[in-house]
Design a protein around this ligand. Structure first.
Ligand code: 5AD
Ligand code: SF4
Length: 462
């Protein structure tokens, strides 16, 4: 889980300021940018510090218990800042958005009285109206965790703020899969796909604003079935082909996928579309058919292996990443062994692995045979050791190769830039700041567990 403070715009002299702190997934990062854009016409400028902010928004994540708890600890700090501002005669509105807000709405207002406004991921297009209601409410709390019939995208203003050279674009939201352990279908609601031409228009705007890479986002992105310009439903593969026609869009990625929705067309797109990067995040969750069934994943280990094989035949250099959960209720030592075997067989370039965390209201939370914490820890340790080795091996194999790297931002050290390889590895290159936005041919000279170092060979495209 990442925590990101929005850094799109600062305007310290404007009358009102908003501080937005983002937790969790990339979709939350995208949502936070859209919230900032919604608030701009109301006179709110983004600030980097909560200290004197007129409005504080915590855009939260509920996927695991730890992620949700972080929000309450942050609210403790915000409460103090709000009190200090009140003593100086000012007012700070505190809002909680995102999935914790959706899941815990009323409970959250009880547990954290400093909160004035709670709204879910599907109602943030109403933010200006909600803020006005808070200002009029005179101390009373405002709550909107509805799933409105109107899709929020139809009511959001066109994105205006800079998104950087690598932008995220939500094309699909929500999930109908109901995996046993997961809160997403409850917090984000049912699957919804944005119409093709709405996505294309937004992508075009991002490219005009300097983006050279776009990652298409969705909780179940390859379940995408948006209305096409011909009135038919388009699948993700068709959407990617359409986006690949946009001049200036050099790189396309998509995340997060479900094995069930990897169709023939999507595999073909990996073969045919050079802009589609040879890297795929494809969560498997477990390597045991028994546990996959208990998780309601609707795919088997053999299905997953077959998909990986087909993808690799379509694009031989495809690197894979995945999500894995250890200690789902009922998981035995043998099931865990099967997960290690699957990982050994597939060889992942990168992976996220988690201890199962019971989420209230999900079927797995009330299942018998919960796995003890110490067993989960031991299994996670073993799995992470194997995954770290695979990641290190993958990175080490890049030494001596020349890879195209999109330079995205200043690096950790003076005179250094950080970029991404086609395989989403972070690459550090000695280069001047004005080269941000270039795709360079970088000779990889060293590799660590999490990143690569390179010397620049030459510019691919400026
Ligand atoms: N416990 C642990 N991990 C979870 N994930 C989702 N729900 C849970 C949970 N209850 C993981 C899955 C998913 C990723 C985003 O988070 O691996 O793919
Ligand atoms: Fe959650 Fe993904 Fe399963 Fe949907 S497919 S319920 S988002 S883990």
């Amino acid at each position: 889980m990442t925590q990101t403070a929005i850094t799109t715009r600062t305007a310290p002299n404007l009358a009102k300021s908003v501080y937005i702190k983002t937790y969790g997934c990339q979709m939350n990062v995208y949502d936070s940018s859209r919230m900032a854009e919604l608030l701009a016409p109301l006179g709110f400028a983004v600030t980097q510090s909560a200290k004197d902010a007129d409005l504080v928004i915590l855009n939260t994540c509920h996927i695991r218990e730890k992620a949700a708890e972080k929000v309450y600890s942050e609210l403790g700090k915000i409460r103090r800042l709000k009190g200090e501002k009140a003593q100086r005669g000012g007012r700070m509105i505190v809002a909680v958005a995102g999935c914790v807000a959706q899941a815990e709405g009323v409970e959250m207002m009880r547990r954290a009285p400093c909160v004035d406004l709670v709204f879910g991921p599907q109602s943030y297009h109403r933010l200006p109206e909600l803020i006005t209601r808070v200002l009029r409410a005179n101390g009373a709390d405002v709550l909107d965790t509805s799933f409105p019939a109107e899709p929020k995208f139809d009511f959001l203003p066109d994105p205006t703020g800079p998104r950087g050279v690598a932008a995220f674009l939500t094309v699909q939201e929500g999930c109908n899969k109901f995996c046993s352990f997961c809160v997403v279908p409850y917090t984000r609601g049912a699957e919804y796909s944005r119409p093709v031409m709405q996505v294309v228009a937004e992508a075009r705007r991002f490219v005009r604003g300097g983006a050279r890479e776009i990652t298409l986002l969705g909780q179940n992105v390859n379940a995408y079935h948006g209305e096409g310009p011909d009135g038919r439903e388009w699948r993700l593969g068709e959407l990617i082909r359409r986006l690949a026609d946009l001049p200036g869009l050099d790189r396309i990625r998509y995340t997060t996928s479900h094995p069930r929705n990897v169709d023939d067309e999507l595999i073909a797109v990996h073969r045919d579309v050079p802009q589609l990067m040879p890297f795929l995040h494809l969560p498997v969750q477990s390597g045991s058919d028994r546990i996959l069934a208990a998780m309601n994943r609707r795919h088997t280990v053999a299905d997953y292996r077959r998909i990986v094989e087909r993808l690799r035949s379509a694009r031989s250099d495809l690197a894979l990443s995945t999500d894995l959960i250890v200690g789902h209720p009922g998981e035995s030592d043998m099931d865990h062994r099967a997960t290690l075997d699957l990982v050994e067989g597939v060889r992942f370039a990168q992976a996220f692995s988690f201890k199962y965390s019971a989420r209230p209201g999900t079927p797995a939370a009330s299942a018998p045979c919960q796995v003890p914490e110490d067993v989960k820890s031991q299994r996670l340790g073993e799995l992470q050791l194997l995954l770290a080795r695979q990641q290190r091996d993958f990175n080490a194999a890049c030494i001596g190769r020349t890879l195209p790297v999109l330079l995205e931002k200043p690096g950790r050290h003076e005179g250094q830039l950080a970029g991404r390889s086609p395989y989403l590895q972070s690459v550090h290159v000695a280069a001047a700041a004005e080269r941000i936005g270039e795709i360079v041919r970088a000779l990889i000279t060293a590799a660590s567990a999490n990143s690569l170092s390179a010397s620049v060979a030459q510019v691919v495209t400026a």
